[in-house]
Design a protein around this ligand. Structure first.
Ligand code: FAD
Ligand code: SF4
Ligand code: SF4
Length: 419
């Protein structure tokens, strides 16, 4: 979004392709941001709205690039699939009546990390840009059983279109920026933390949704199994990161900071609650980051335990966390109410396919590769193709935004014939 705005504001036309029904990326899922504790949605919304209404930006949400071909002049002919939403977005007003009336109400919402429900016709969030719904065919009563069509009946402008098909469009572009972001390492791969099967062991993005006013509990901290307010919460850092033999080799860079943030925010919501953080060591080299960690330790009553957790299992009403405190040399057992796993960041699998399509290099894990990690960090070896954000490697928001502006500057230089 940042790169699109910078280039569009310089007077060039931009096409922004987003796979999901609305823009904003992971930041739209976050509650508040470290180290300022700004409300993520509040600082994001002006940007999403600006992208959505910018005269130089063609926003293609619910779309993906399926083919790209380089011409002799160095431009790219790009083929884009527009997924069928079964709603005519040109006439839909975003009134939401269809969502209200849809009888399918218990579908796990991916945007809420499956801890809250959504309808079969849905938008990702109330602030979605574009604010237009899509029908999830697999869970729609009409598509599966041939009966319902309630959304069609209540739509005041006749926007529902069950016959809609995926469409393909083509565009010719002078430059491409890849900014496809990250996924979390699967909890299923971490048997010692219950492999995703222990109730009330959730990943950190799910906890962001619990903290969010627009989340499934409207910002109230309730554990998923029974809605109880958790009084002892354990955060596990480096889950899957820095373990080259078994999991990811790298440090995921943001987990120390977001765990401290989550522990602080938890303590703000549940004053008599106790947050614990298990860590290997703390990595907080960003501007005002170390001060933030000190605040968590000294002012916010977060108990930091240095060591790795060997086992997490369910016992009666609790999630038991067994670990070692390597500073005191003691074994630790905490009978927690909720465990939040700070899963490492990994590249999205589709980024590799996109990179192959464009002949852009990725490393063995699938992170996009810079032309030169020191001096050309947002360029690739392909002329006219640039990279930014957490698709290049773990990155926080300020770093992502800086890279995006850098990539935009490179595109403008490219258009000026300077590179
Ligand atoms: C639990 C947690 C808490 C965090 N808290 C903070 C914080 O407080 N402060 C902070 O600075 N950072 C925080 N971060 C890090 C932050 O999420 C990232 O820095 C940021 O999201 C990176 O932005 P991005 O645009 O590179 O990637 P993303 O946010 O992943 O966005 C990528 C976008 O590209 C889309 N996309 C992917 N593939 C395709 C494709 N093939 N075609 C079309 N579209 C595609 C995706 O749908 C998505 O919308 C946190 C991370 C986690 C996990
Ligand atoms: S037709 Fe499908 S999307 Fe529409 S109201 Fe019925 S179940 Fe919901
Ligand atoms: S009822 Fe119709 S106009 Fe309103 S959000 Fe749904 S599809 Fe759009």
């Amino acid at each position: 979004m940042q790169a699109a705005l910078d280039i569009a504001n310089a007077g060039h036309r931009v096409i922004l392709v987003e796979k999901l029904p609305s823009i904003g990326g992971r930041m739209a899922q976050l509650s508040e941001t470290f180290p300022t504790l700004d409300c993520s949605q509040c600082i994001l919304t002006p940007r999403t709205v600006e992208v959505g209404s910018h005269p130089n930006i063609e926003l293609l949400a619910y779309s993906e690039v399926v083919a790209a071909e380089k011409s002799e002049q160095g431009t790219y002919r790009v083929r884009i699939r527009r997924f069928a939403s079964y709603v005519d977005w040109d006439i839909c007003t975003g009134c939401g009546f269809c969502q209200e009336k849809c009888p399918q109400k218990r579908i796990p919402a991916e945007f809420q990390r499956n801890i809250g429900p959504r309808k079969a016709i849905y938008t990702l969030s109330p602030q979605a840009v574009p604010n237009k719904p899509v029908i999830d065919r697999e869970n729609c009563t009409y598509f599966q059983k041939g009966k319902c069509r309630l959304c069609e009946k209540v739509c005041p402008v006749g926007a529902i279109d069950y016959e809609q098909q995926d469409r393909f469009i083509e565009r010719e572009v002078g430059a491409i920026i890849l900014a496809t972001g990250y996924d979390l390492y699967p909890l299923e791969n971490l048997a010692e933390y219950g492999g995703g099967k222990v109730p009330d062991v959730i990943d950190a993005l799910a906890f962001e949704r619990l903290l969010s006013a627009s989340g499934p509990t409207a910002g109230k901290i309730q554990r998923p199994s029974d809605g109880k307010e958790p009084k002892e919460v354990v955060f596990l850092q480096c889950a899957g990161s820095r373990e080259p033999e078994r999991h990811l080799p790298h440090c995921s860079k943001v987990c120390c900071m977001y765990s401290a943030k989550q522990a602080i925010l938890y303590h703000h919501r549940v004053h008599d609650g106790q947050p614990y953080i298990f860590y290997i060591d703390i990595r907080s080299p960003g501007k005002r980051y170390d001060e933030f960690i000190q605040r968590a330790m000294e002012d916010e009553s977060v108990i930091y335990l240095r060591g790795k957790v060997s086992r997490v299992f369910r016992q009666n009403d609790h999630v038991v966390v067994m670990g070692a405190d390597t500073l005191s040399g003691e074994q630790v057992r905490i009978d927690a109410d909720l465990v939040v796993v700070a899963l490492g960041l990994m590249p999205r699998p589709e980024t590799r396919q996109l990179a192959e399509m464009l002949d852009v290099a990725v490393d063995s894990l699938g992170w996009l590769t810079e032309a030169d990690g020191d001096l050309r960090p947002v360029e690739t070896r392909q002329e006219g193709i640039f990279i930014a954000g957490a698709a290049v490697g773990p990155a926080d928001i300020p770093e992502t935004v800086a890279q995006a502006s850098a990539a935009a500057a490179k595109v403008l230089q490219h258009f000026a014939g300077a590179i």
